[in-house]
Design a protein around this ligand. Structure first.
Ligand SMILES: C[S@@+](CC[C@H](N)C(=O)[O-])C[C@H]1O[C@@H](n2cnc3c(N)ncnc32)[C@H](O)[C@@H]1O
Length: 184
């Protein structure tokens, strides 16, 4: 992937079938990446903050949109020190991203955030804590909104309590996760 020019057709994502899977399990699905890409292309945020960068799949999709917008930056936060969450990211997209290896609730982040993408622990109160700490001017997006309590996830309850009904729930095959989008 590093040598090939990155397009929306080859960036890829997680997929349950190995021949279609380009990123590690735990990464967002390709179709979710495309929805995030289109969101960033449309809204043209100058500053995106991502909570839960992991190996850089979702970071790459948003960075690709920033590149195509010719403006903006994504700050990607992840507290998992062993992942090195920029390593799988295509080189040509890295200049649009800044990586913070720290806890999202204690690290320093600028105030003027336009967009938040949240894909962290998913456990009770996590999404709520993110929504209380980060207040974007344009949009707040949570991953795993439709991935409910049987796996101990609590994104939907937290999200609904903070924002009410999402403006959009993006839940398409083959994903079992779902994106919740709220324009702020
Ligand atoms: C499901 S993965 C994110 C997947 C990523 N969005 C992607 O598409 O590749 C969740 C990530 O959240 C990170 N995380 C969990 N709690 C965190 C916290 N308090 N601060 C920063 N990162 C956190 C984990 O280390 C993990 O890498």
């Amino acid at each position: 992937m590093k040598s090939k020019k990155i397009t929306v057709s080859n960036l890829g994502g997680y997929h349950p079938e190995s021949e279609s899977c380009k990123w590690p399990s735990g990464s967002i699905f390709e179709i979710e990446g495309k929805r995030l890409y289109n969101l960033v292309r449309g809204l043209k945020p100058l500053l995106i903050v991502e909570i839960g960068g992991f190996h850089g799949c979702s970071t790459s999709w948003m960075a690709k949109a920033l590149k195509d917008n010719k403006k903006g930056k994504i700050i990607s936060i992840d507290n998992h020190v062993l992942i090195g969450h920029w390593k799988l990211m295509p080189d040509e997209l890295k200049e649009f991203a800044e990586f913070i290896s720290a806890d999202a609730f204690t690290c320093d982040v600028p105030d003027n955030i336009d967009m938040v993408f949240e894909d962290g622990m998913h456990t009770p109160l996590f999404t709520k804590k993110v929504a209380k700490r980060f207040k974007p001017s344009m949009v707040f997006v949570s991953h795993d909104y439709c991935h409910e309590s049987e796996v101990g996830f609590n994104v939907k309850s937290d999200f609904d309590e903070m924002f009410g009904e999402p403006d959009e729930i993006y839940f398409e095959d083959p994903s079992d996760c779902g994106l919740a989008i709220k324009y702020t």
